[in-house]
Design a protein around this ligand. Structure first.
Ligand SMILES: Cc1cc2nc3c(=O)[nH]c(=O)nc-3n(C[C@H](O)[C@H](O)[C@H](O)COP(=O)(O)OP(=O)(O)OC[C@H]3O[C@@H](n4cnc5c(N)ncnc54)[C@H](O)[C@@H]3O)c2cc1C
Length: 532
């Protein structure tokens, strides 16, 4: 087994991970950064639309604060919101200093794109950061998938994982920054990277930390749903000639009372549009129709992006559906990126706090930048001057045995992990989708138990199965937390809609859902909100 030592290990190389690694490096410490793929790639950051909500000359801090709290419906962490808003402008300067080209707009900043370029804004955001990390002293460990965080005597000691070629690796580290992103891909319909299966949440739960408000999932009304095409988001703004049609070719926006302006409906009524389209899609297919869009509009972003596909987007309506976009809940941490576990820090979509019951557009990237910087600073303060964490001999042997356990081949037959993942994603969509209710949630929990039994039987007959089994265990754990948290919350708030409890109930439910993993079982409790 390969054994590495470092001051700080960063798990995840999206915006939050790269920024925290660069910040920690400034303190002259030794930093390792991992990602499931090459650094910066295969991240939600690289898929993003590059919009940052940050106060500027056109958007005051007061407006930003008000809109963030309005979206969060009383469940935001007030201190984290204030920190993000106060520090947002400086974080933009830091990103510019790393070579990210940002332009001001009405709600903050967006990643500058050259006219006619069909590159995604997220790629233009991730690439300069990746270059900066590659040219720094930060050591890259691409393709090292972390399976476990290591806690000894109540402190963070490092992590254990496997490289994609199957080599096990034990990392002794004074501090760890968890920046492993969200869990959108546990759903059949989502616009996230396929690898966004909730690893960060599962790592934290197994290390004894709490996940808060994990049932709050943001849905986006339209992603590509053509069977043979990869699911991806259709980025706004949509040309005014865009139409949304039902199976008979009739205009759906008007019929569902969302007016004529799709862009306005997206901005002002995104969630109700998602709920309504989810219901409508149960009855029949929904189509986007771009046939009336004039020729010259196809030269510009976002339609020039669609033009790269062989699919005849210009010539015929194509299938769309609502999909999971973002996870509001996550690991409990404070205004400085510190978790309750000494030596563990966290940033980005993996973390709960800023968004409450729903996310204001553009706040996710701002959160990654601000708390990435803060987690990097807090981790370096913690690690500086501490003795290296060297595992004792018995401890190393324990992890060697654990590695052998993960690699143990199956003697009996088991379902292909790919099929199990497909079934799990279908279950999430059916039972924990945009519209939830008691009987569906209970059925979902029961069905998940049988999926868990199928996962237990999987033992790797190939290297791919080694990683797929861990993916499945993580995804099942997080789905269970979402289902259980949703069942307990008997109201509707922000992105969360219970058909059987359609109203927001502040008297009983202005509370955070707190999920812990104790003795192999998920425990759900509730706690009062912090003063806004
Ligand atoms: C299509 C789309 C468009 C979006 N547009 C915007 C936007 O314009 N503005 C906005 O504010 N937000 C937007 N968002 C949300 C935003 O992009 C994400 O919340 C943000 O990029 C998350 O960054 P992150 O660094 O936390 O995680 P990610 O960028 O997802 O990176 C996670 C990293 O963790 C690694 N990882 C995961 N598990 C492990 C493991 N076990 N071991 C090792 N590494 C691991 C991954 O490989 C990856 O490197 C968008 C999201 C999507 C999907």
């Amino acid at each position: 087994m390969e054994i590495l030592s470092t001051d700080i290990l960063v798990v995840g190389s999206g915006l939050a991970g790269m920024v925290s690694a660069l910040e920690a490096e400034k303190a002259g410490l030794h930093i390792l950064i991992t990602g499931k793929f090459t650094i910066g790639s295969g991240t939600n950051t690289s898929l993003s639309n590059g919009a940052f909500s940050v106060a500027n000359s056109l958007f005051s801090k007061e407006e930003h604060l008000k809109e963030t709290f309005n979206s969060g419906k009383g469940l935001n962490h007030p201190g984290m919101v204030k920190t993000m808003i106060e520090r947002g402008p400086d974080a933009m300067e830091t990103l510019k200093g790393y070579g990210v080209s940002l332009v001001e707009n009405r709600m903050g900043y967006f990643v500058e794109r050259r006219e006619g370029s069909a590159s995604l804004p997220g790629v233009l955001l991730a690439n300069p950061l990746k270059e900066r990390v590659q040219n720094s002293s930060v050591r890259l460990l691409p393709g090292l998938v972390i399976f476990d965080l290591i806690v000894e005597e109540g402190e963070m000691r490092g992590a254990f994982g496997f490289f994609k070629d199957g080599r096990p690796c034990l990392i002794q580290s004074k501090a760890v920054i968890l920046a492993a992103g969200g869990a959108g891909a546990i759903y059949r319909r989502n616009d996230n990277q396929r690898s966004a299966l909730g690893d960060g949440y599962a790592l934290a739960l197994r290390a004894g930390l709490s996940l808060l408000d994990i049932e709050f999932i943001q849905f986006y009304p339209f992603v590509m749903a053509e069977p043979r095409l990869h699911t991806f988001i259709l980025y706004p703004p949509y040309p005014k000639e865009t139409r949304l049609l039902d199976e008979k070719g009739e205009d759906l926006l008007e019929r569902l009372n969302f007016g004529e302006d799709l862009n306005r409906a997206i901005i002002t009524r995104r969630d109700s549009l998602s709920f309504t389209l989810f219901e409508a899609s149960r009855k029949g297919d929904i189509y986007f129709d771009l046939r009336r869009v004039p020729e010259e509009t196809w030269e510009h972003y976002p339609l020039n992006f669609l033009r790269r596909s062989k699919f005849p987007f210009r010539d015929r309506p194509f299938l769309v559906a609502p999909a999971v976009h973002f996870c509001m809940g996550g690991v409990e941490s404070d205004e400085n990126g510190r978790t309750a576990l000494p030596g563990l820090f966290a940033a980005g979509e993996a973390v709960w706090g800023v968004h409450g019951a729903n996310r204001l557009g553009g706040n996710a990237l701002t959160e990654c930048a601000v708390f990435g910087i803060l987690a990097g600073q807090s981790a370096s303060e913690y690690a500086r001057g501490r003795e290296p964490n060297l595992f004792s001999e018995p401890s190393r042997r324990r992890w060697e045995r654990k590695a052998e356990g993960y690699l143990r081949k199956s003697r009996g037959a088991f379902d292909p992990p790919i099929q199990i993942l497909k079934d799990l994603k279908a279950l999430s969509w059916r039972h924990a989708g945009p519209v939830r209710e008691e009987s569906l949630l209970k059925e979902g929990i029961e069905e998940l138990t049988s999926i868990e039994r199928r996962i237990e039987k999987v033992y790797p007959s190939t290297l791919k199965d080694l990683f797929r089994k861990r993916d499945l265990e993580n995804a099942a754990l997080i789905l269970k937390a979402i289902l259980r948290g949703s069942l307990a919350r008997q109201e509707s708030r922000g992105s969360f809609f219970r058909q059987d409890f359609p109203d927001q109930n502040d008297r009983e439910w202005l509370r955070h859902t707190c999920c812990r993993f104790e003795k192999g079982e998920l425990q759900i409790t509730h706690r009062p909100v912090l003063e806004t």
